[in-house]
Design a protein around this ligand. Structure first.
Ligand SMILES: C[S@@+](CC[C@H](N)C(=O)[O-])C[C@H]1O[C@@H](n2cnc3c(N)ncnc32)[C@H](O)[C@@H]1O
Length: 321
């Protein structure tokens, strides 16, 4: 992965200390010590076959790399070594990656409500393997930076970037908290599917705000509950079999949180109950999925008896201060 053009861009923008830090961190990002499967994943990237006449399409439901690949068996085998593919779908030459999530459904719910992304600097926090970040390129932003600490998701991103070679997009294998405070640099910041994983939601929202330029736009997508202002579900040890879910506010309460953190022009763009069509087991993610996390006799509830996943998209603006 060549991060140099991104580091140069950050240097030009005056983030010299952070560039020094990234140069140090970078040497340690991809090495065997971080994950037992690392060598297998690296082998997958090293085994990606040649492709000719490459053309990327970011406007279709599947992020697509059109091209002529003479060894489809080798391509499939390398991509299969990077399973499970949770976010997608992707199409690389003749190989269709049917991921666990139809991430295109979320993008269809989010995209119509966004300020135009053309020539914007965008940050996608917790971007997974970068599916939505790729889709953003269709509007020709200046730059899209994704951050996600999962090494596997970073390597899935690298498999796609191996062919796309698009200089406008980067994925950094790190957490939101590792970004500098008060950057005030991005025109749009996305946090989709991350807030409920955070133990301190206010710190998350304040950090997102600090990364935005004055006047910049936050797109926040998260799990919510039905209910009034003041209502928040803090599940027991698990919610829908996930052991890292902390806060599910009502929509009015979430708007209050954003207001409390100083965001302005807060609006609810979409509310959607997740279906087993959108999130399901596939050949590319063969483990349990949403259907196994819902009560078989009462799919309006999770196996733990909580309301089934309901997701909201909110937009908000950083004020001029
Ligand atoms: C549910 S997935 C959402 C992926 C994608 N944004 C989407 O909406 O489909 C949550 C992602 O957040 C990442 N994540 C968790 N904690 C994070 C943190 N502190 N900073 C950045 N990413 C984080 C996880 O690795 C995971 O890929």
């Amino acid at each position: 992965m060549n991060y140099r053009p991104l580091l140069q861009r950050l240097q030009q923008a005056g983030f010299t200390d952070w560039v020094d830090e990234l140069e140090q961190l970078q040497q340690d990002w991809f090495c065997d010590r971080h994950h037992g499967d690392f060598s297998r994943w690296r082998g997958a990237l090293e085994n990606l076959p040649e492709m000719q006449n490459i053309r990327a399409d970011f406007n279709s439901p599947a992020v697509t790399i059109h091209g002529q690949c003479d060894d489809q068996v080798k391509l499939r085998s390398a991509l299969e070594m990077l399973k499970p593919w949770r976010k997608g779908p992707y199409q690389l030459a003749d190989i269709y990656i049917d991921s666990e999530w139809h991430s295109d459904y979320k993008w269809e719910r989010v995209k119509p409500h966004l300020s135009p992304l053309h020539q914007r600097r965008i940050l996608d926090v917790g971007c997974g393997n970068g599916y939505h970040a790729w889709r953003m390129l269709d509007e020709d932003p200046e730059l899209v930076v994704g951050v996600d600490p999962s090494v596997l998701f970073n390597m899935q991103f690298q498999a796609v970037q191996h062919y796309a070679r698009d200089p406008r997009i980067y994925l950094l294998p790190m957490t939101l908290e590792q970004l500098p405070d008060d950057m005030r640099w991005f025109d749009s910041v996305f946090s989709m599917g991350v807030l409920y994983h955070r133990r301190s939601p206010f710190d998350h929202l304040l950090k997102l705000k600090s990364l935005l330029q004055p006047g910049g736009e936050l797109c926040l997508e998260t799990l919510v509950i039905e209910g009034e202002k003041g209502q928040v579900l803090v599940p027991g040890s698990r919610y829908a079999r996930m052991n890292n879910v902390w806060f599910l506010p009502s929509i009015d309460e979430l708007q209050h949180w954003l207001h409390r953190c100083g965001f302005q022009q807060i609006r609810v763009a979409d509310i959607n109950r997740t279906t087993v069509e959108e999130q399901r087991s596939t050949d590319w993610m063969p483990f349990e999925s949403l259907a196994q996390c819902l009560d078989a006799d009462d799919p309006a509830h999770t196996v733990e008896g909580y309301p089934a996943p309901l997701r909201a998209v909110l937009l908000a603006t950083r004020g001029l201060r």
